[in-house]
Design a protein around this ligand. Sequence first.
Ligand SMILES: [Zn+2]
Length: 458
Amino acid sequence: MRAVLRVALAFLVVTVIAGLAAWFADRPGAIAVDWLGYRIETSVGVVIAALVILLGLLVAITRLALWVLRSPGFIQSRRAAARRRSGEIALIRGLVAVAAGDAADARKQAIRAESAAEGSPLSLLLAAQAAQLSGDLEAAGRAYRLMLEDDETRFLGLRGLIVLARRRGDDQEALSLAREAQGLRPGAPWVASEIFGLQAALGAWTAAEETLVGALRHKLIDAGQGRRARAVVLLGRAREAAAAGQLRDALGHAESAHNLAPDFVPGVVAAATLLARLGKLRRGEKMIEAAWEEAPHPDLAAAFGALVPDESPDDRAARMGRLAARQPDHPESRLLAVERALARHDWAKARAILELLVAEPVVPRRAFQAYARLEQLERGDERRAQGWADKAATCPMGERWVCRSCGDVPAQWAPHCPECRSFDSLEWRQPDQVTEIIAPPPGPADGTLAELSAPQRV
Ligand SMILES: [Zn+2]
């Protein structure tokens, strides 16, 4: 039936075309076009034929375009582009969630990004960061290890694994990963800083010094920072040598540290103490006296007293008097004078100096404590003594060694904070009043985006 219709239709079309051709042949005419200096003259029939051919070409081009747009390959590539786009959006949203600390959203976006672009380096990084943020260190480790397989992302993977190893407290593993990272990017300041920090944390002071010297030579760290860090490392070496009984080596390191950072109190204390232990008491005393003249410090006074271990109270008092005389009006020197007066039972002198001390705008806690002792010793006046003790308990703590990373206030200086293990983080200052009562808020999680742009540790 359809075939018959088709034949009938074709017959009709041919008839119409033949009719039209005959009609045009009966009515001849010419068309002339004058355009841009050209003149075209032709018959109406040719123009009509040209128009029909043009129409046919247009139809053919349109059909071809439709065929391409509807073809499976074209649709697939458009779908892939849409997937890529949704993957990119998930990545951006995920990274924002990581930066905002929103672990749940970060994981959700990481799964989306991963399904949109399976195994893409960036989606792996997001998966690792999201897992780390939500505390799933196993999953973070898996994602970082997958990143090791791609040359482009190996360094980032190593960096993530180093941070995870450090979190576990596995400094040895972190160090070997850091060495691998150094092989990939020998000039990266972060790697040098990381290796140095890990060697120092492991107490490998000699290796740490080598790393530091190399980093300084290649200008990977700031010269001023490096000098100070080297002084601290040399003190570590001095302690190590002294513990092994090698006092001369220890003195060499301590003196080098003192030369690098002359106003660094622990350096003065270490060098002077070692000098005295090696029989050069006077040189040790002079070193502390010179530092006291620059800036009196209770650690200097304690070290100065301890230079001569078995000393009579009178001899000790006379020596301490010599130290205090270098800066007689400084509160630390006055506190030494009070101690001397109390030891000699010279109550009037002790009281006179204490009155000067408590009249100052900032009164050291130890002045109130000494006043309480004076009231007890001289008159047995417990009520007054308690009054001074109460003042001591409520006045500001005064300057102490304070960790700038965690706010801890350890009893004495050390190369690493005893609480958070940060290197060279103890500074001599007034502790924040709040940190004495409330623990400081935790810093950004290691290895998250916030840390990626954090300043170097050295
Ligand atoms: Zn700390």
